[in-house]
Design a protein. Sequence first.
Length: 353
Amino acid sequence: MTQQQRHDPAFRAFASDNYAGVHPEVLAAIAVANGGHQVSYGEDAYTAHLQEVFRGHFGPTAETFPVFNGTGANVVALQAMADRRDAVICARSAHVHVDEGGAPEVMAGLKLHTVNARDGKLTPELLDRQAYGFDDEHRARPAVVAIAQSTEVGTCYTPEEVRAVCEHAHGLGMKVYLDGARLANAAASLGVPMRAFTTDAGVDAFSLGGTKNGLLLGEAVVVLNQDAVRGVRFLRKTSMQLASKMRFVSVQFEALFGTDLWLRNAAHSNAMTQRLFAAVRDLPGVRIDRPVQANQIFAVLPPAVTAALQKRFRFYTWDVLTGEVRWMTSFDTTEADVDAFAAAIAEELAAAA
């Protein structure tokens, strides 16, 4: 029986960059890797070459471990950086805290000490609100600082800001992990190489996102400080994140980061967000309080307008109490998509008024 397409390929949403399909160059790479047999569980030629690709970006100490998804990357890395009696300091809005079903606590056995950070970014001063009690047996010992680039609220750390966090955390005997699900978007936004806020800033380990930037599936744990991050190879298997046919994950990363595709995709996604921002920021009834720096916009709308818009386009309500919503673009969002969505926002605002 011939496989039938069960969705409208013209459908576009502004809910998540996970909604997008696979970039054609990535699909082509998967086809290239599909011939014949390769050794399983990462002993293939594509995974071996991926180490060279990532060392080209992040330096000679970088060791890369492909995994299935972002939550898996975070859980594997944090387990490798802390003991089960330890704690991780993160922003209250962090993905590891609010969007992973408690996986760091359930799977890794780690306590999360959260800090309220309006812009989603931690600072040395904010760290100190939770970085205490290292010798107190009644309190989970702070061992790791977890930051994200870009953050869950769409802001970007400068390299100097990441360096300040790393220096302060290391001075307290703590390690630093960076959730890089949208690392490419941050680099494109800031106009700096990805190593500027990872290797060069002193981060010990980070995840590098692929799914949100054109891959079929796959994220990667990248270890920079081998002395601070232990046992990722074993924890990846224990955490059910070891792919048997890993060549098909690794070749996608090779297609993305072995060329400038990662930057082209991220820059385009960011540009579409800026186009949408320019079209709606002055509309009566729209309030945008957060900086728009990567590929996310957080806007406050009247509830009736949100309800009407969500019948026409998919997007998420971020805070039901304030009426804040989140709009996201992706590598395949077009100018026509943005213009149609902006026009719909204006129409529903006018109708409500």
